[in-house]
Every structure is written in structure tokens, then in C-alpha cells.
Write a new protein. Structure first.
Length: 201
């Protein structure tokens, strides 16, 4: 799958989580809530002011996606990498996992109790497009095992030894702009451009 050109990088990115829930509150005040569908992320990405030379490859890339027809990957700077300072090659530890906990290994064997991921980090599994958020700090034991709390719940059960990507996490997205591509320019030949992107699952 193709990736959005990484240069120039976004000047700003707004990431929102969408979780459809219906809530009904009775006269008594008692509330009932029900999840109606799967969670997904949306990104509003704004580029810095660009010259035509900088902008042209980005415009051509987006045009080639033909609106929302074709998905691609975006790796936002800063937020796509872990806050924890650890270098490892973690793997899923055991197939057929479900729910909001992910059992992993391969986090290194030195220093039981070391933090491997922090709340607010993103991760994805190698064989699926879905990105998950870590909801609590995760530590490793002396053998490099770690159980990670995530949201949303796993949308598919990962395979044993499937790679866990926690740095430079790519979001698989499509353009969510109603089929319209719009730019702004001026007599100084500078361009302003932003994208509305929705996670493609």
C-alpha cells in the first residue's frame, strides 16, 4: 500500500476517536448505553505553507487516490511513536486473543518492571490495518512478557508471533472530503492545504 509523501511533514494533526454509542436516560435518571458499531480514528492534517515544488507531489498523490476510492497510509510525526524509551521487537504471545488486553513477549529480558508502553501510545498489529490506543502504562516481567491494555477491543484475533508495531505507527486511511480536493494559493506562489482522513478498516 502506498504512503503519503512524508515531506513536508504536517504542521499540525488533530486526531479524533469515533465510537458510536446510543444512550437512553429514563425519567428516574437511570441510564442505559449500548455500543452500536466499531471504533475508528479521524485525522485532520494541515500542511505548512508550501512552494509549488513542495506541494505538487502531494497534490498528485491525493489526486491519484480518486477521492475516497483508494486507501493509503499516513504516519503522523511525534504521536505515532511510543513515549517509552525502549528498543525491542515485540510479538503477540498466543493466538486467538480477544478483548481489550493483548498478551505479548519479546520486550527484552533486562529489568523487570520497566515500562514498555505508556498510556496514550498507539500500536498496531502487523497483519491488520487497525490502530489501537494503549490505555494504561504497560511493564515487562523479567522474561520480556507484557500484557497491554488497549482500546478498542481487538477487531480480529491476531496470530501467534505476529509483530507488534509501536514506533512509526502507520494509520491506514482514505480521503474523507466528499470527493472534493481543494487548495489555496496566492500571488506569492505559496500554497495552503489540509486533509480530512478517516481510518480505513
Amino acid at each position: 500500500m502506498s504512503a503519503l509523501p512524508s515531506s513536508p511533514s504536517f504542521a499540525s494533526v488533530k486526531i479524533t476517536s469515533h465510537q458510536p454509542v446510543i444512550t437512553v436516560q429514563a425519567i428516574s435518571g437511570k441510564r442505559q448505553s449500548r455500543v452500536l458499531g466499531g471504533q475508528y480514528f479521524k485525522l485532520h492534517a494541515k500542511f505548512p505553507t508550501m512552494t509549488r515544488t513542495q506541494f505538487a507531489p502531494i497534490e498528485a498523490f491525493i489526486m491519484a487516490k480518486r477521492g475516497s476510492l483508494t486507501s493509503f497510509t499516513v504516519t503522523p510525526a511525534v504521536v505515532s511513536s511510543s513515549q517509552a524509551s525502549i528498543s525491542a521487537s515485540p510479538l503477540v504471545n498466543g493466538a486467538s486473543q480477544t478483548g481489550t488486553s493483548l498478551i505479548t513477549d519479546g520486550w527484552g529480558s533486562g529489568g523487570a518492571g520497566a515500562t514498555v508502553l505508556k498510556a496514550g501510545d498507539y500500536l498496531k498489529l502487523d497483519n491488520t490495518a487497525k490502530v489501537y490506543m494503549v490505555t494504561a502504562d504497560a511493564t515487562r516481567d523479567g522474561s520480556g512478557n507484557s500484557t497491554i491494555s488497549i482500546e478498542p477491543a481487538l477487531i480480529t484475533s491476531p496470530g501467534n508471533n505476529e509483530a507488534v508495531i509501536y514506533n512509526s505507527v502507520p494509520f491506514t486511511v482514505y480521503c474523507d472530503m466528499g470527493g472534493i480536493t481543494e487548495l489555496s494559493t496566492n500571488t506569492s506562489n505559496f500554497f495552503e492545504y489540509s486533509l480530512n482522513l478517516t481510518e480505513a478498516l
